[in-house]
Design a protein around this ligand. Structure first.
Ligand code: SF4
Length: 592
């Protein structure tokens, strides 16, 4: 009966015409016993069957949520709108980790990399394919940041998800290779959309005449991706490669950020993706100024030989340096690693993976594992045709992934295994998108288990705060000691964690000199509305404050007088309430 909300269906559906039915349905749903979880589909369907829709089948869950929103907006609902929406929501897993992720893509743009495995679809930012779900959404929105953000928020809201706490994830090629005016303009427009959506303002019509058209971009015989895209941008936008409405000033961005601090949709995280060799100290300062809190960075391999064979254009030293700088500036590091690259073997990949966590200059906080798949437009095709590269057989890939998952330390979160590419795009290589489950099952069968964060999250379960234990994992990094603090249940389920860096070297950024760094505080539970206080879920039981206190105590004991936090724009007020004062790009807690 359900599918993800179709915006067209949503638009065509007039809730007012079905007011009486919708009110009755919503009231019945409200009467169902509430154990805090999403209502199982069969129970909702049982109710919907009692209210057939105009002899044309049944209402969908998306329509019920649209009706709920309408009834609340017109004052006809005396019940708690958000609580009901949460109970009816579709695909609850999306927001179970506590925050609603909104992914947007930058427009097609040249990339300094020449990686042989990278797709070359000129209609997309480098490395993306036109039929990936996120890429399709971006193209439908002409890669405009405002439209993408606003429409994604609307889609989430239409399927019952809360949108008050949002992690903005900006993907596409190499972020740091975009001109600064485009970067500022892009992020500013994301904030504008968050601010507008939170206030119920729909500014999409105003974007209309500023949209850049990329639909005419086509591959041209003899032209590389970079050449074709550069020539398009130059001819449509001039030598600055930025169109009207695409540029903003720092002052305009800072104003939009300030508005976001108290907005209905707040950015509680902002992520960009870039290459290791484009993370100078100046660049790190810039992305922090944009409001970023996390960087996705392509390691791909930890062998200079493999990197060179695959024409990555940087060595492992650049990766180590980039991670060191990011950590020293308090960023969370989300690494990408690719087994089965040109020149790699099962044995070399198992050894390569070990380095990710044995090398103190790496040890990322999050990890995507994307085994190399062959895409027709990638240069790897030549190596495949000449027999120099071939994909691993099922069992070989299984062996690599099982070994990898068994070695992930408890402080790291494996966010994805296998990229979500349509099997039609894969010429050769794994086409199973559920390979993670297959590998996890095999790991269990072999008597092992994956201890990563994702495997241990409490998700939407109830936890008793008195049953939680504060556990500490210490490890060394290239900037000093790292302290991973976590609240766990007796079964080692994770209810919340904090990442604390205790540097023993001089910071690159003046503001962070002599500071301990609070890089992350995360508490699990459904992403409930800021300001509401559900009694039982982990997220609102003061665990965040307790984690900050534990980190402060740990930093004080290590001799630090200042704890700096890389707060997101939307969490600044929370940190102020917890005693932090505003600095330039960070907030600070005096430990004296
Ligand atoms: S750096 Fe990334 S986007 Fe650029 S070519 Fe390499 S893989 Fe593709």
């Amino acid at each position: 009966m359900d599918s993800e909300a179709n915006p067209m269906e949503h638009r065509a559906f007039d809730p007012e015409a079905h007011r009486a039915d919708l009110l009755a349905i919503v009231r019945e749903i409200h009467e169902l016993p509430d154990h805090g979880e999403t209502i199982p589909p069969r129970m909702i369907e049982g109710i919907l069957r009692r209210y057939p829709r105009d002899g044309r089948g049944f209402y969908s869950r998306a329509q019920i949520i649209a009706g709920l929103r309408h009834l609340a907006a017109t004052g006809a609902l005396e019940l708690d709108e958000e609580r009901l929406a949460r109970r009816i929501q579709m695909r609850p897993v999306r927001t179970q980790s506590g925050v609603t992720p909104v992914t947007v893509l930058t427009r097609p743009h040249p990339c300094p990399g020449r990686c042989v495995f990278c797709p070359n679809d000129v209609r997309m930012p480098k490395s993306y394919l036109a039929d990936e779900p996120g890429a399709q959404r971006a193209a439908q929105n002409h890669f405009d940041p405002y439209l993408q953000t606003w429409n994604r928020l609307a889609a989430f809201r239409a399927i019952g998800h809360p949108v008050d706490k949002v992690e903005m994830i900006v993907l596409g090629g190499t972020w740091s290779f975009h001109p600064e005016p485009y970067q500022i303009g892009f992020i500013k427009r994301c904030f504008d959309a968050l601010n507008d959506f939170g206030r119920g303002i729909d500014g999409r019509d105003r974007v209309g005449n500023l949209i850049q058209d990329f639909s005419s971009l086509k591959s041209q015989e003899g032209l590389s991706y970079n050449e074709a895209v550069s020539s398009h941008l130059r001819s449509h936008l001039g030598s600055e490669w930025s169109g009207e409405g695409e540029q903003s000033t720092w002052a305009e961005l800072e104003l939009a950020q300030e508005l976001n601090e108290a907005a209905g949709c707040r950015s509680v995280g902002l992520v960009v993706e870039t290459r290791p060799d484009h993370l100078s100290v100046e660049e790190i300062y810039r992305i922090r100024r944009l409001g970023c809190t996390k960087v996705q960075i392509g390691f791909q391999s930890l062998s200079d030989e493999i990197l060179e064979l695959n024409q990555r254009g940087h060595d492992v030293g650049a990766t180590r340096e980039a991670v060191t700088r990011l950590r020293a500036a308090g960023f969370k590091v989300h690494a990408h690693w690719m087994p089965n690259l040109l020149g790699a073997t099962v044995e070399s990949d198992e050894h390569d993976f070990e380095k990710i966590f044995s090398d103190a200059a790496l040890r990322p906080d999050e990890l995507k594992i994307y085994p190399c798949s062959l895409i027709e437009t990638a240069e790897l095709m030549h190596y495949y045709e000449s027999g120099e590269w071939k994909p691993y057989a099922h069992d070989e890939l299984l062996g690599v992934l099982v070994a990898a998952l068994s070695r992930v330390p408890r402080y790291c979160r494996v966010t994805r295994v296998i990229r979500d590419i349509s099997s039609d795009d894969i010429v050769a290589g794994n086409k199973l998108t559920n390979f993670r489950q297959i590998a996890e099952r095999e790991l269990l069968r072999r008597g092992g288990r994956c201890d990563d964060i994702r495997a241990r999250e409490v998700r939407n379960e109830f936890v008793e705060i008195k049953d939680l234990e504060l556990r500490e994992t210490n490890y060394s990094t290239s900037i000093g000691q790292e302290c991973f603090l976590e609240f766990v249940t007796a079964e080692d389920k994770l209810a919340g964690f904090a990442r604390l860096s205790l540097p023993d070297r001089k910071a690159d950024l003046e503001e962070l000199k002599h500071c301990a760094l609070l890089r992350e505080v995360h508490v699990y539970g459904v992403a409930t509305e800021i300001g509401t206080r559900p009694e039982l879920r982990a997220q609102h039981r003061g665990l965040g404050t307790q984690l900050v206190e534990a980190a402060a105590e740990r930093a004080r004991n290590a001799g630090f007088g200042d704890l700096a936090v890389i707060s997101a724009v939307g969490t600044r007020s929370w940190y102020r309430r917890n005693g932090f004062r505003d600095g330039d790009l960070y907030q600070h807690l005096s430990l004296a």
